[in-house]
Design a protein around this ligand. Structure first.
Ligand SMILES: NC(=O)c1ccc[n+]([C@@H]2O[C@H](COP(=O)([O-])OP(=O)(O)OC[C@H]3O[C@@H](n4cnc5c(N)ncnc54)[C@H](O)[C@@H]3O)[C@@H](O)[C@H]2O)c1
Length: 367
């Protein structure tokens, strides 16, 4: 109802749900009404921890009469199915990345939402955080001239070291490309626009891995996806990016993103974070200048909040389903290129989201 906080159901109460629930229950424009999970005990535990009044199945959560926005935090293999279930109940959905396992399924989700007159928003919402929003404001103010090229690197030994149930991170829909790629490719797309062509080379460092921590530590599992992916991306507006995503590196190097323009190079903070500093090095200078980030550092959940506020205001939300579909399409083109050794086209496009106002406050009551 207009004037009331937007009712939210969280489906998927695993590892990342703590970060979401902490924030979603602290934003006055939202009211979390129900938690759901295949494992009902997990949903009960998270509901009790965060003071959420309801617990139930996916259908009970999505069908809750006062829920307008479903936050889907299930594993990638379940994203499209759970999102579609919620859409069938006439609910808008915020879904963790990736939007779906493949572009065809992602398109179906967006088409079903359009038919139902509801919205889809998708992670990452880190692009709405202070660090990347500061970079976008600098670029649109002309600080680097015309952005032309980008270099992005994510190297890590892999999440089997720390995640208690890491198998899904080495299966279809994940690996470094689908798990970490969305942060970097969404960032690059919001600066360089839609991608148009992609080429890539991939390797799988180990066929099996072993869970490093938690109750199942020592358990081995099979690796189904490439764990080292190097890619070249050509953008429709003429930009070009070189990107590397690896879970095969003893060296941990996250968040390396440089955008080079005609006048300067801008070093962005980690796209898998909300804050951080931006550094600029103008042409002819031997020094980097640090620019402190201004904006929101609240963390995961701000994309769902922007969506809820946009729903009420009848304006576009920023982390859109179209942007997520385009990123998924780009990831899929990378995957086709890995298999075929070819340059692959990317055909989807998206509206570049508006920059957030500097004073956008997730903890303000605006509705
Ligand atoms: N763990 C992280 O640090 C992290 C960070 C950012 C984004 N993410 C994303 O968040 C999502 C969830 O990741 P996670 O690490 O929390 O996974 P997880 O395995 O810890 O939790 C997923 C939960 O979803 C539930 N679930 C699975 N299928 C379901 C279904 N069909 N219906 C209802 N519940 C279902 C599981 O029972 C589990 O409790 C993934 O898309 C992941 O990429 C995770």
């Amino acid at each position: 109802m207009a004037g009331d906080p937007v009712g939210v159901a969280v489906i998927g109460c695993g590892t990342i749900s703590d970060q979401y629930l902490r924030n979603l229950t602290a934003f006055p424009d939202l009211r979390v009404l129900c938690c759901a999970d295949l494992d009902l005990e997990r949903a009960k535990a998270q509901a009790a921890k965060y003071g959420v009044p309801g617990v139930g199945s996916t259908a009970q959560a999505a069908g809750h009469p006062d829920v307008e926005l479903v936050v889907n935090l299930t594993i990638p293999a379940a994203h499209a199915e759970v999102t579609s279930q919620a859409v069938a109940f006439g609910k808008s959905v915020w879904v963790e990345k990736p939007l779906a396992l493949d572009t065809a399924a992602g398109r179906e989700v967006l088409a079903a939402a359009a038919r139902a007159g509801v919205r889809i928003g998708c992670a990452p919402d880190t692009v709405l955080g202070a660090g990347l929003q500061t970079a976008r404001r600098l670029i649109s103010d002309g600080a680097i001239g015309e952005p032309r090229t980008a270099l992005a690197l994510m190297q890590d030994p892999g999440p089997d070291r720390w995640h208690p149930d890491p198998e899904f991170l080495f299966q279809r829909g994940a690996g470094p490309l689908y798990d970490m790629g969305p942060y970097y490719l969404t960032t690059l797309a919001s600066v360089l626009g839609p991608a148009a062509t992609v080429a890539a080379l991939g390797r799988r460092g180990q066929d099996r891995r072993v869970i490093g921590r938690g109750p199942r530590a020592g358990t081995g599992f099979q690796v189904d996806v490439p764990t080292h992916v190097a890619s070249l991306i050509g953008y429709a507006d003429g930009g070009a990016a070189s990107v590397l995503f690896s879970f095969d590196s003893p060296l941990r190097r996250h968040g390396f993103v440089e955008i080079t323009g005609t006048e300067a190079t801008l070093a962005l903070p980690d796209p898998n974070g909300f804050g951080g500093e931006v550094r600029i090095r103008p042409a002819g200078s031997a020094e980097w200048t640090v620019i402190p980030a201004t904006g929101v550092t609240a963390g995961r959940g701000i994309g769902a909040l922007d969506m809820a506020r946009a729903l009420r205001a009848g304006v576009p939300h920023r982390a859109s389903g179209e942007l997520a579909l385009h990123v998924l399409d780009t990831l899929e083109a990378v995957t086709r290129s890995l298999a075929g050794g070819t340059f692959e086209p990317v055909r989807t496009t998206f509206p570049v989201p508006a920059v957030l106002p500097v004073d956008w406050d997730p903890h303000a009551r605006t509705l």
